[in-house]
Each structure stands twice: as C-alpha cells, then as structure tokens.
Write a protein that binds this ligand. Structure first.
Ligand code: IMP
Ligand code: MG
Length: 175
C-alpha cells in the first residue's frame, strides 16, 4: 500500500523561510565568505536552495555521517562515511542539516569539526524537533520547529524514499 502523506509545510512556505534565513546569514556574515557543509543525504535540497539565495560568496563541501543514536544503546559516537574533501582551517563554516531530532549527530560532529580549527562554526537546520532532544545543540538558524512527527520530503526520507517531494509531508505508516 502507498504510504499516506499529508502536506505539513508547503513548498511556498519553505521558499519564503529559506529566503529569510539566507538574508539573515548574508547580513550576519557580511564581507565574509562562507563554506557550507552539507550533511548528506537529507540536507542536499536545503543546502542548494539556501546557497542560491545567499548574497555573499559561498563554497560547498559534503560530509556523510551515521549516528548510532536512534534505537540503540550506544550514543557515544558517530561514524564518518564520507569526509569533507577540503580542509576547513581558518574558514567561516556553516553546517547545514535537514532536521535535528535527538541532537546526537551534531553534538558529536561539531566538536570533531572544531578540532580542525575553522575560524567560526555555525549551524542551520531546516527543521527542528526540540521535544525529542537528548543532547544539547546550539543552533543558529532554524527553519521551522515541528512537533514530534515523522516527516519526509525536501531531502528527508523514509527508507530512502520520498526525498524528491518539493514540500515537507507528514507520513502515516500505520494505515
Ligand atoms: P539526530 O538529531 O542525531 O537524532 O539525527 C537527526 C537525523 O535523523 C536527521 O539528519 C535525519 O536523517 C533523521 N531524522 C530524524 N527525524 C526524522 C524525520 O522525521 N524524518 C526523516 N528523517 C529524520
Ligand atoms: Mg540526516
């Protein structure tokens, strides 16, 4: 059976919010150049849409990490499945996430990136589920705070599907 998906945040609403965040970042980092770090795969859509709208110079790099957080006992570590191609030493970096849930991924990733001595490190996430937080994460730019629901689309997947939806949808798996 097809999973039932209802629109939670429309494409239009996302575009509007991404534009606002891009404006804010362009203002906060005026006269600087930033390196966006896209956390694969979920963040690709948000990274592209954000990058297009920034009015300051931008470069991109990509990283893939897996967290042992969800549903297991061991929350002590993350595994880097694909590392950045380039050094971030001395750069103003912004990590781009699709969604922050438990916070376990970023609470491990950020200290690891700090060891590489960037000039600064910021975080933006399209979605935030604060009620699910287990580990503290200091997020600078949040697109939307959402309730504890499983969402797909705009890069987010359920079992690798639905990343292509142009909106954020809530998926009901129990029907
Ligand atoms: P956490 O903050 O370490 O728990 O991990 C966040 C990651 O969990 C995200 O980057 C997503 O890959 C995944 N995730 C959490 N909630 C959802 C959801 O509602 N839909 C799809 N993926 C999710
Ligand atoms: Mg992810």
């Amino acid at each position: 059976m097809r999973d039932k998906i209802t629109v939670m945040i429309s494409e239009k609403e996302i575009n509007k919010r991404v534009r606002e965040i891009a404006k804010q970042i362009s203002h906060d980092y005026a006269k600087k150049e930033i390196r966006l770090i896209c956390i694969l795969k979920g963040s690709i859509f948000y990274t592209c849409e954000l990058a297009k709208r920034l009015t300051i110079p931008v470069t991109l790099d990509f990283m893939k990490v897996s967290s042992y957080g969800s549903g297991t006992e061991s929350k002590g570590t993350i595994e880097i499945q694909k590392d950045l191609d380039e050094s971030i030493e001395g750069l103003d970096v912004i990590v781009v996430e699709d969604i922050i849930d438990s916070g376990n991924t970023l609470s491990h990733l950020i200290p690891l990136l700090k060891e590489r001595k960037p000039a600064s490190i910021g975080i933006t996430t399209l979605l935030d589920k604060p009620s699910r937080r287990e580990a503290e994460v200091d997020v600078d730019y949040v697109g939307f705070e959402i309730e504890d629901r499983f969402v797909v689309g705009y890069g987010l997947d359920y079992d690798q599907s639905y990343r292509d939806l142009p909106y954020i949808g809530e998926i009901r798996l129990d029907e």
